[in-house]
Ligand binder design. Sequence first.
Ligand SMILES: [Ca+2]
Length: 559
Amino acid sequence: MTLPNLGLLWLRFAVSLAVAPSLLSVPTTEGLKYMEPEHLLESVRNGSLKDGLNVLLIIVDDLRPTLGCYGEDFVKSPNIDQLASHSVVFQNAFAQQAVCAPSRVSFLTGRRPDTTRVYDFNSYWRVHSGNYSTIPQYFKENGYITLSVGKVFHPGISSNHSDDFPYSWSVLPFHPSSERYENSKTCKGQDEELHANLICPVDVDEMPEGTLPDKQSTEEAIRLLQKMKKNKGLFFLAVGYHKPHIPFRYPKDFQKLYPLENVTLAPDPQIPGGLPLVAYTPWMDIRKREDVQALNISVPYGPIPKEFQRKIRQSYFASVSYLDSEVGRLLDALDELQFSNSTIIAFLSDHGWALGEHGEWAKYSNYDIATRVPLMFYVPGKTAPFTFPGERRFAYIDPFDSVAELMVPGKQAKELVELVSLFPTLSELAGLTVPPCCPYDSFDVELCREGPSLARFLNFATWEKDPYSIRKPSEFVAYSQYPRPSDTPQWNSDEPDLKDIKIMGYSMRTVDYRFTVWVTFDPVNFTANFTDIHAGELYFVDCDPLQDHNFYNQTLGMC
Ligand SMILES: [Ca+2]
């Protein structure tokens, strides 16, 4: 196997990082007033909207591709599988940083973390790095009503405590009221008392407000779709679901889909011997939960007891099936309202999640298990034929229906792609001008994109005519990165604040291997020193798909 000249690639990174930006004028949100949706809809209806396609963007929190449509047959995800059966499904899509805010800011602005400079939760990119446009902002400026439901931007400082309203959204973003109870003591333990547990199957009727956040988000999204049906404007509706993010608080019935005796452990539950310590994530957020604390697991490497590992995996899968039922309700309503022939649907997650692989239980790393995400696009008339009048495309499928068969997946794209491509892809699919490629220094450029559009992969005619003309897997590379405060795991290794970042792990995934170098990083000047390498990782995909055998600096024993 021949490796490409990695030095040049890293040098390119190093040079680009060394270029200091000039800070832009600070946008202000002073004087903003809430605008009733009706007023905005009225203004658009009277405007000059061109014909076009609506967009439904579904963003899931911490969902790895553990879905039926990704070959994980034991997971009950019939509604997402049904969407996949009419979509192009990207089998090898990767996030740019495996944690919420940095990943979301990256793909919603179409820029990599080294351009957004958002590596933690404490900076708003418009005042921190550049006044970058976002996907919803671009659609809004092109005449769309843009609507946000649930967790789309990461809430808090990283989206200016407003989900980037009003830049990105036509009306104030919606957050489910019951979200405030996510970390409260709502989980009934074996002692019949309520706890703030990791594993939290619940009776929904007994929950505060008698509901759960994702249920409320589905209901609000459906209400907005009904409103858009009446008003006839083009819409861009983003719906952000919370599950399967921890805690695993879900309707308890979904646990029945995964009897504990049938739940297997991760195939590689040991911390790999050749793993550099800087790469290890100590999964501190898991340890904080009451039921995990009671296990007295040693920090940072102590393994979780096997029986509890099974329970975590059971509840993650149950949360995925609960999520699937909410996605199913949403798509059923979209279909019922006859939007299936006029709406692009994009489905993705912000990053993956380790379920015991490498002895880890979280995101916060550069492994495939943390960076690989589900990604699919449904485009009516393109990825699936238009429906006939009265024909149902996305009728709800009950995950408990034992006769429900695994859907035939749609077109599978195997190329390595990145979430940073979402911005140009949605633009092109909707018929908008694709934002230009970012220049070398783009800190002053409000509208540009750092990833290529993936729309060409949706053109089946080209695939069949000359599949090799556009698809050369060896040419594709997906980049990710993750910061660390130290060479060995400590309390803030998972989520270091910007000022504490001392090391950055830059990772590239090709069709053949994953290569990562952990280098000195200066959080003041945002510079990475590629001559000061703390550690490296090299994993070969064919013989080590789980990435357990680090061949960095090894001259013998190629697998
Ligand atoms: Ca997340």
